[in-house]
Design a protein around this ligand. Structure first.
Ligand code: GAL
Length: 376
């Protein structure tokens, strides 16, 4: 059933597609982005995987008036990163009310990687069970023999129960031991902030496993893959090593930027340096992007200034990071920054910001452009 907003969106997209002869030449950040059938692309919080000559875009299907998952993860295919053909639902929600992925759950920030040993595709995502808001803070992982799916659920839950981070010094561990979990601290108070940084929630969740909300996955040059997720009540990011088949965690992980309150991690690597762009934590509302770099994916990570430049640069151009697309060999856009402009009242109308990353004084810069054409 089409509501007014959907009809308006569809018409706008059709007009745009008709004007462009159904073949777009430019990316227009923040505008309606019609697929090859003229419908605004519905793949939010997404990620891109290149296979052969094809680029595949996986993202959250968003409905008209709820941010909950009513459909699942959609996928689109392109040869030029501008014109995208809808390829269907790669990972579907379930009609079974007892399933963890039952219709009405939350499935966010899906990312797909291919395992070279098994040849299978692994889709990692943030999963919240229906009826629990954002309380569960679970990861989910699904697998498929084919890139376009269907993906089937492998496992879900909290991350690495029983394991302590690999990068805790003896002093840090002693400070955590000294935290009395039975002594309440007021949420948001300076003491709460300090204890979050030290590891109050890490300690609280050791047995059950660590919280995992906003997330991405990254495959390094040596073939090792990592799950990067927002943990410890959204106060601290974790970077966790994945098993050789990319379908589970190994138990080895590090804390990153403890207490910095980061969400929406997106990573890339250039000349041996790892770069991470994140957001602050203001829900669907935009905030100022953050940036970090490290000589190794497991750290140590150094914080830099906001890389965005242009109108609304201090609000990430009204968006929130989700992924960075590597385009090896391209001089103009070797890395493309992807972000979402969320519209929580009309989620289907959420927009995309894709911009090339440039460099100034050795640091990444994301310069706003109204329109641009990727060079492949
Ligand atoms: C954002 C997060 C989104 C979604 C939203 C819910 O901060 O990046 O993926 O979880 O919060 O409020």
């Amino acid at each position: 059933m089409y509501t007014k907003t959907m009809t308006r969106l569809f018409l706008a997209a059709v007009i745009l597609a008709a004007c462009s002869g159904n073949s777009l030449t430019q990316i227009q950040p923040g505008e309606i982005w019609p697929d090859t059938e003229g419908r605004h692309i519905n793949a939010h919080g997404g990620g891109i995987l290149k296979q052969g000559k094809d680029w595949w875009w996986f993202g959250e299907h968003k409905a008209d008036s709820t941010t909950k998952a009513l459909v699942g993860v959609t996928c689109y295919r392109s040869r030029d990163l501008v014109n995208w053909k809808y390829e269907g639902v790669a990972f579907s929600v379930s009609d079974d009310p007892d399933s963890p992925i039952t219709k009405g759950c939350v499935i966010e920030r899906p990312k797909v990687i291919r395992n070279p040993k098994t040849g299978k595709y692994a889709m990692w995502f943030h999963l919240e069970h229906k009826g629990y808001g954002y309380k569960m803070a679970h990861y989910g992982v699904a697998v498929s023999d084919n890139i376009r799916g269907p993906y089937s659920l492998v496992s879900w839950g909290r991350v690495n129960p029983g394991h302590w981070p690999a990068n805790l010094s003896d002093e840090e561990r002693a400070a955590i031991d000294a935290i009395d979990l039975d002594a309440p601290v007021a949420s948001g108070s300076p003491e709460w902030e300090e204890q979050s940084r030290i590891g109050r929630f890490l300690k609280r969740d050791i047995e059950e496993g660590q919280m995992a909300r906003d997330q991405t996955v990254y495959v390094d040059d040596d073939g090792k893959a990592y799950h990067i997720y927002c943990s410890e009540e959204n106060m601290t990011l974790h970077i966790a090593e994945l098993s050789d088949d990319y379908l589970s965690h190994t138990g080895r992980y590090v804390r990153m930027a403890p207490g910095d309150h980061n969400e929406a991690p997106a990573l890339f690597k250039k000349d041996g340096t790892y770069w991470m762009i994140t957001s602050g934590c203001t829900g669907w509302n935009p905030n100022k992007a953050r940036m970090y770099s490290a000589p190794s994916i497991l750290g140590p990570w150094t914080r830099h200034e906001n890389p965005c430049v242009g109108p609304n640069a201090d609000l990430t151009f009204l968006g929130q990071s989700t992924f960075i697309i590597p385009v090896p060999g391209s001089k103009a856009n070797e890395f493309i920054f992807m972000a979402d402009i969320w519209k929580p009242k009309h989620p289907i109308d959420s927009r995309y910001i894709w911009l090339p990353i440039s460099w100034k004084d050795g640091l990444p810069v994301i310069q706003w452009q109204d329109s641009w054409t990727p060079e492949l």
